[in-house]
Design a protein around this ligand. Structure first.
Ligand code: RP5
Length: 237
C-alpha cells in the first residue's frame, strides 16, 4: 500500500472502525493499524475479526494476532482431578501454584476404578468445557491419568502419589508406563508443584502474559538460590 493510499484512508470521514477495516482490506497488518491510529491492539483485532466474519472471509493472522484472538476468547483452564480426597493434601501445592500464575482451575475427585463412567465423561467433555490441560493425581494402581488420556486429545499430566506400602513407586510406574499412543507426562512422586508449572508452560505457548509470569517465577527462584549461596559462603568463610 502506498503512503498516499494510507493518508487518504486516514483523512477520509468515517468512524475509527471504518478506517481500520479499510486499512486491513488494503493489506495492512493489525499491529500496524493499531500503531498508526493509536488504538489498542485488541480493539483493532476485534473490529477486523468481526468484519471478516461478516464478509465470510478468513482472517490473515500474525502470531501476535493469534495470541490476541485467544486471549479475547478467554484463557484456557486447567482441570485438576484426584483419585481420592486423600490426595488433596499433596495436591494443594499444585492448586495454589496454578492460582499464583492466575490460571483458572477446576478441581474434581474422580476415580478410574470407583467411578469409571464419570472419568470417561469428564475427559470427553474437557476440551469443550474450555480446559487446555488435565492434571491427574492418583496413588497405588494409579490408572486415572491413563484413563483420562484415553478419552481426550488434551495433554494429561500425571502426579504419582506417595504411598505407605511402596513409597509411591507403585503409583509412579502405573502412571509413567503408558502403552504406545496414549502418553501421560509424569512428574515426580508427590511432584504436585511441578505439574502446575508444566501445565502453565503448555498454556504459555499461546499466552504471552503467562509466559512472562513463568519467566518472573524462574528469575525469583534464581535470586533465592543466589542469596542462599551468598549466606552460606559468608557462614563458612
Ligand atoms: C487412589 O488410591 C487414590 O488416588 C489414592 O491415592 C489412593 C487411595 O485412595 P483412598 O483409599 O484413600 O480413597 O485411587
Amino acid at each position: 500500500m502506498t503512503e498516499d493510499e494510507i493518508r487518504q484512508i486516514i483523512e477520509q470521514d468515517g468512524s475509527k472502525s471504518g478506517k481500520m477495516v479499510a486499512l486491513y482490506d488494503k493489506g495492512m497488518e493489525v499491529g500496524a493499524i493499531a500503531k498508526l491510529l493509536d488504538v489498542r491492539y485488541n480493539f483493532v483485532y476485534n473490529v477486523v475479526s468481526k468484519h471478516c466474519k461478516k464478509t465470510g472471509r478468513s482472517m490473515r493472522l500474525t502470531k501476535r494476532a493469534r495470541s490476541a484472538g485467544r486471549s479475547a476468547a478467554g484463557p484456557k483452564k486447567v482441570l485438576v482431578v484426584m483419585g481420592s480426597d486423600s490426595d488433596l493434601k499433596v495436591m494443594e501445592r499444585c492448586i495454589d501454584r496454578l492460582k499464583d500464575f492466575g490460571i483458572p482451575t477446576e478441581v474434581r475427585i474422580c476415580s478410574a476404578h470407583r467411578t469409571p463412567v464419570a472419568a470417561e465423561q469428564l475427559a470427553k467433555g474437557a476440551a469443550r468445557a474450555g480446559f487446555g490441560v488435565i492434571i491427574a493425581a492418583a496413588g497405588k494402581a494409579a490408572h486415572l491419568g491413563g484413563v483420562l488420556a484415553a478419552h481426550t486429545t488434551l495433554p494429561v499430566i500425571g502426579v504419582p502419589m506417595g504411598t505407605s506400602v511402596m513409597g509411591g513407586m507403585d503409583s509412579l510406574l502405573s502412571i509413567v508406563q503408558m502403552p504406545k499412543g496414549i502418553p501421560v507426562a509424569t512428574v515426580a512422586i508427590d511432584g504436585a508443584e511441578n505439574a502446575a508449572i508444566l501445565a502453565a508452560q503448555m498454556l504459555a505457548l499461546s499466552d504471552e502474559q503467562l509466559a512472562d509470569r513463568l519467566q518472573q517465577h524462574k528469575a525469583a527462584m534464581e535470586r533465592e538460590v543466589l542469596a542462599k549461596d551468598e549466606t552460606i559462603r559468608a557462614q563458612f568463610a
